[in-house]
Design a binder for this molecule. Structure first.
Ligand code: C5P
Length: 300
């Protein structure tokens, strides 16, 4: 075996309903994940020791040591398989770093799939779910892809039926936001308002829109409980969201913990127009077009 390359998608949260803070530091979620056509690629090659190389445009802050979630994935899998974690991982990043699109989680999922194949773990798919959930709340979804309802801390997944293809534009920001910091800000804002959240519930309007492939209804049903916290930490994102709405986005929201903003378009053509308008408006580092749903981590 020479090397294995895995392509893995980014996600946007169509609904992110955040329950109260749990004793373990996590929040119970209702998290509707949707995989979109922005991909990272992870190559695993045999080597004398574990190494990580990161390539791509804006990769500042991505660790190139055992702190990288993909390296942690390789170490965890090697331990479980009883093999030496001797693998050179090369990560080619397109998914924005610390952007609320689960890029680090995607790389971890890709590393699990690539290393499992490299180390001859056979049809190990089923065996990857548990290590994936240990690595992070969003890692199991990066294995699955498509559209899925996540409960628990986000790691308990049920696939969601959708019709057709949805067209998106993502406005990428300069610099990232720390996920724990955004959750902490969400708790702080709720406490300041004296508001205790009820257990989160899946939106039936959202599920119906997905099943019908109805982009207008989907745009109206999108929701993210982390958005007030992301906007509190990064007020300029209000202008980004407003610019997308002005240009006819069917829905506009912060993606996950941000700072990437997601806009739902009517069609591929409309997404192209929206991408150009957002780029021109100067409200983002760049704007990129994508579609969903797409499959999860796949060997190429
Ligand atoms: O699971 P993961 O390591 O990706 O989570 C990163 C951080 O996001 C956690 O340390 C926690 O602060 C926050 N988080 C949360 N509730 C969740 C998922 C993540 O509070 N359900």
């Amino acid at each position: 075996m020479t090397s294995v390359t895995v392509r893995v998608p980014a996600k946007v949260n169509l609904q992110l309903a955040v329950g109260p803070l749990r004793d373990d530091g996590y929040h119970d979620l209702v998290n509707v994940f949707h995989a979109v056509s922005l991909f990272d690629e992870v190559t695993a090659a045999p080597a004398d020791a574990l190494s990580v190389t990161v390539e791509g445009g804006s990769i500042e802050g991505v660790p190139v040591n055992a702190d990288n979630l993909a390296a942690r994935a390789a170490l965890l899998l090697a331990e479980r398989l009883g093999v030496a974690p001797n693998v050179a991982l090369t990560i080619r990043k397109t998914i924005p770093v610390a952007g609320g699109m689960a890029g680090g989680s995607a790389d971890a999922a890709a590393a699990l799939v690539a290393c499992a194949r490299l180390w001859g773990a056979g049809d190990a798919d089923a065996d990857l779910w548990e290590p994936a959930a240990i690595l992070g709340s969003d890692v199991p979804f990066a294995l699955l892809g498509g559209t899925a309802l996540g409960t628990g801390r986000g790691e308990v997944l049920t696939p969601v039926q959708t019709a057709g293809r949805f067209h998106w534009v993502f406005a990428l920001a300069d610099g990232g936001l720390s996920t724990p910091a955004v959750y902490a800000e969400c708790d702080r804002l709720r406490e300041a308002e004296g508001w205790r959240p009820a257990p989160p519930q899946a939106s039936q309007d959202l599920m119906a829109a997905l099943a019908a492939g109805d982009a207008h209804a989907l745009g109206a049903a999108l929701g993210n409980d982390l958005q007030p916290a992301a906007l509190s930490l990064r007020p300029a994102l209000r202008d980004t969201l407003a610019a997308g709405r002005e240009h006819g986005a069917l829905g506009a929201l912060v993606s996950g913990s941000g700072p990437t903003c997601a806009f739902l378009a009517e069609s591929a053509d409309h997404a192209g127009e929206l991408t150009a308008a957002l780029s021109k408006a100067g409200v983002a580092r760049s704007a990129v077009q994508a579609y969903g749903p797409v499959p999860g981590a796949t060997i190429v």
